[in-house]
Design a binder for this molecule. Structure first.
Ligand SMILES: [Zn+2]
Length: 263
C-alpha cells in the first residue's frame, strides 16, 4: 500500500506537513531493529523524525575485531547513529553524554527535563520509546521509558497543542514464541496497537543496521537466516501507551488501517 493508493481509495491521509515525531532512546542502535522501518516510512511521508539518545554507547562493543579504541567508542557510535539516521531520512540525531549503563542512577527530574527541553523545541505529535521493562530488560531502556512517559504527562498538562500520543516499541508474544526469543519482555498480541509492514523500506532498514559497525557482532539476528531476519525485522509493532488525541501519524501506519482504506 502506498500513499497514492490511500488517496485513490477516497480516504484522506492526515496532513503530515508540520508533524514531528521524537524517539527517545538510551543507546545508538536502539532505533535500528524495532522501529527503523517505520521511522523511514514516516519520513517518506513528510514527518520530521527526531532521535534523542541519552548516551553515546561507551559501554558497548568496540567491534570484532575492534574498530576503535575504548576511549573513542562514544564518538564512533555517535557517527554510526548519524549514519543510521541519514540512511533512514531522519533529522540529525541528538546524542547526550550520559554514561552508558548508568541511566538508572540519574535523577528522574534530570532525565525528564532533557526530554521536556526537546519537546519544547520541536513540538512533536508523537513520542516513541522503549516499553517500561525496556524489551531486553536493560535498566537504561527502562529509565528512558519512564522519563518519556513523565515528559509526555508534563507536556500534556501544559497543554502542548501538537501532542497526540506516546508509543512503546513492542515485540508481540506470538512473534517471540515463534522465533524462540525467550529472553525478551514481550507484549500480549491483543495489546499491540499498531503493526507496520516495513518491507517496502527493507533496504533502508538494513542499511541503517549496517551503519552500527561496532555492534554487528552483538545481534544474533544478523547471523540468522534471511527468512528469520524477515520475520523479526520485516514488521514493527507499537503499543499506544497514552494519548490525548484520537489520531496521529503512527496510527495511520497500521496495516489494518491501510487495508481498510483500500477496501
Ligand atoms: Zn540499548
Amino acid at each position: 500500500m502506498n500513499k497514492t493508493a490511500v488517496a485513490d481509495a477516497g480516504i484522506k491521509p492526515i496532513s503530515v506537513a508540520e508533524h514531528h515525531l521524537l524517539a527517545v532512546f538510551a543507546h545508538p542502535d536502539d532505533e535500528a531493529f524495532r522501529c527503523a522501518g517505520t521511522l523511514a516510512l514516516l519520513a517518506q511521508r513528510g514527518v520530521h523524525v527526531h532521535v534523542l539518545t541519552f548516551t553515546p554507547g561507551q559501554a558497548g562493543s568496540c567491534g570484532q575485531p575492534p574498530i576503535c579504541a575504548r576511549e573513542e567508542l562514544g564518538a564512533v557510535r555517535t557517527a554510526e547513529l548519524q549514519c543510521s539516521c541519514q540512511a533512514l531520512g531522519l533529522e540529525p540525531p541528538q546524542v547526550l553524554e550520559y554514561t552508558d549503563g548508568g541511566l538508572a542512577g540519574v535523577a528522574q527530574e534530570d532525565g525528564v527535563a532533557r526530554i521536556a527541553a526537546c519537546i519544547q523545541a520541536i513540538h512533536p505529535q508523537v513520542l516513541l520509546t522503549w516499553l517500561p521493562h525496556g524489551l531486553s530488560g536493560h535498566p537504561d531502556h527502562a529509565a528512558v521509558s519512564r522519563w518519556t512517559l513523565a515528559a509526555y504527562q508534563q507536556a500534556k498538562d501544559a497543554g502542548l497543542e501538537a501532542l497526540a500520543a506516546v508509543y512503546y516499541l513492542a515485540v508481540p508474544d506470538s512473534l517471540a514464541r515463534e522465533l524462540g526469543l525467550n529472553q525478551l519482555h514481550t507484549l500480549p498480541d491483543q495489546d499491540v496497537t499498531v503493526t507496520v509492514d516495513v518491507q517496502p523500506v527493507w533496504d533502508q532498514k538494513i542499511a541503517a543496521i549496517a551503519c552500527h559497525r561496532t555492534q554487528a557482532g552483538e545481534s544474533p539476528i544478523l547471523q540468522a537466516s534471511l527468512e528469520r531476519q524477515r520475520r523479526f525485522l520485516g514488521w514493527e509493532h507499537f503499543y499506544r501507551a497514552a494519548a490525548c488525541q484520537p489520531e496521529d501519524v503512527l496510527l495511520w501506519m497500521d496495516v489494518s488501517k491501510l487495508e481498510s482504506a483500500s477496501e
